[in-house]
Design a protein around this ligand. Structure first.
Ligand SMILES: [Zn+2]
Length: 238
């Protein structure tokens, strides 16, 4: 009887150890965890891309907008002992080949700063770690295990935004957000530009200035170059 019990217990132990060591802190895990937040009070955004400047895009893993505050999450899927401080440039991890990795708080704070600028509201930043990490850190900011995430957010229980303010915040996010439609058009445009360029080169027309292209001998091989060289330096290998 005892033998059976021992065998069953060891099997369960091995299975849980095995599945835990395979645990990954993926976007789906976080989404699942955040689904425990009450939908009527919390809006969650996942994988948000915001247009920072005309050329720079800021990518935010998870953003939570609520009457209790706005929270920005940075996910860190690392295992093993993690050591770090609030302001250090790097943190260390004893399991990774490269022991050093950039302080995740810094990136999170940078994102929070940008959001604060565009939304004009305070932002709370939270770095979230896998249960397989062993945190040994000296920080004032929230650096938590995924199991503590919902509680950390619920700890902010005072209503600080009115409905009107929240609507403004959501509108501002939408305003800066790059929609998936736009992402598609951007890719489509690049494809179109490249195809048009190919078509022009094949017809011996310079895609840069519209002049004729001529075949020239290069050091290694021939190429099509603009007939207006050196005024136009378009080149295309053949
Ligand atoms: Zn040209």
């Amino acid at each position: 009887m005892w033998l059976y019990l021992c065998i069953i217990i060891s099997v369960i132990y091995v299975i849980t150890r095995f599945s835990l060591s395979k645990f990954r802190l993926s976007g789906r895990t976080i989404k699942g965890t955040l689904s425990r937040l009450e939908k009527e009070h919390y809006n969650t955004y996942h994988d948000v891309e915001l247009q920072k400047t005309s050329t720079k895009v800021m990518q935010i893993d998870h953003l939570i907008v609520s009457t209790y505050g706005i929270f920005i999450l940075k996910i860190c899927d690392k295992k093993g002992l993690i050591e770090g401080t609030e302001h250090g440039d790097y943190w260390t991890n004893n399991l990774a080949k490269k022991r050093k990795f950039p302080n995740p708080l810094k990136q999170c704070k940078q994102q929070a700063r940008f959001l604060r600028e565009i939304l004009h509201v305070p932002i709370t930043h939270i770095v979230v770690f896998s249960p397989l990490a062993q945190l040994k850190i000296d920080v004032n900011s929230h650096v938590v295990y995924v199991a503590q995430l919902v509680k950390t957010i619920h700890d902010y229980d005072k209503e600080i935004f009115t409905d009107v303010k929240l609507q403004e915040v959501r509108a501002a996010i939408e305003n800066y957000r790059i929609k998936s439609e736009e992402k598609k058009t951007r890719i489509y445009n690049v494809k179109e530009i490249l195809e048009e360029r190919k078509r022009l080169v094949a017809a011996n027309i310079c895609p840069k200035c519209g002049s004729a292209l001529v075949v020239r001998e290069g050091k290694r091989r021939a190429f099509k170059g603009c007939s207006r060289y050196p005024k136009c330096n378009f080149k295309h290998g053949i």
